[in-house]
Design a protein around this ligand. Structure first.
Ligand SMILES: C[S@@+](CC[C@H](N)C(=O)[O-])C[C@H]1O[C@@H](n2cnc3c(N)ncnc32)[C@H](O)[C@@H]1O
Length: 146
């Protein structure tokens, strides 16, 4: 069973492999944005991708979710936790403070406005299984195929 916390930072969800965009030795996998590849990971080998607070950092959603789809097994799933539309502005302000002033990481991109990532996933053929809101977050579960 291969579960990947995509955009994990250094503190992955227990039971999940780490994967992030920095070539750091502590990571299990690196996502190379330019190549749009997860280095060292086989296509159609992943049971679940888990993305918490990461989607608003992905510039080209269509490109990234297409890549995720390629690495998922046919019965694989994707869990997304991200900021609800109603709270998006507050999140942008926090990202500006954090990534530009507190811990400056200018390579980290973040969207300045809410994007309908569910539509991108649906257009790519993902099927939404569950959706709920918890505080300011939207939690959704997607399957590659039914
Ligand atoms: C707000 S942190 C969330 C970290 C962790 N998922 C959590 O919930 O604690 C955003 C993470 O996304 C990563 N990230 C930024 N841009 C990314 C991208 N295009 N693809 C994948 N991960 C990205 C960052 O390096 C960072 O670790």
């Amino acid at each position: 069973m291969l579960k990947i916390d995509f955009g994990s930072g250094y503190n992955a969800k227990p039971g999940y492999k780490t994967c992030d965009i920095t070539y750091a030795p502590f990571l299990d996998y690196v996502y190379d944005i330019e190549k749009n590849q997860i280095i060292g990971c086989e296509k159609k080998s992943v049971d679940e991708f888990y993305m918490r607070n990461v989607v608003h950092h992905i510039k080209d959603l269509q490109k990234c979710f297409s890549m995720i789809k390629e690495y998922l097994k046919d019965d694989g799933s994707l869990v997304i936790i991200d900021t609800q539309k109603e709270y998006f502005l507050q999140n942008v302000i926090l990202d500006i403070i954090w990534y530009r002033f507190v811990i400056p990481r200018y390579e980290i991109w973040f969207s300045k406005s809410y994007r309908d990532y569910g539509k991108v996933l649906t257009d790519l053929g993902f099927v939404k299984i569950n959706n709920q809101t918890i505080n300011e977050k939207e939690v959704s579960l997607w399957k590659k195929k039914l």
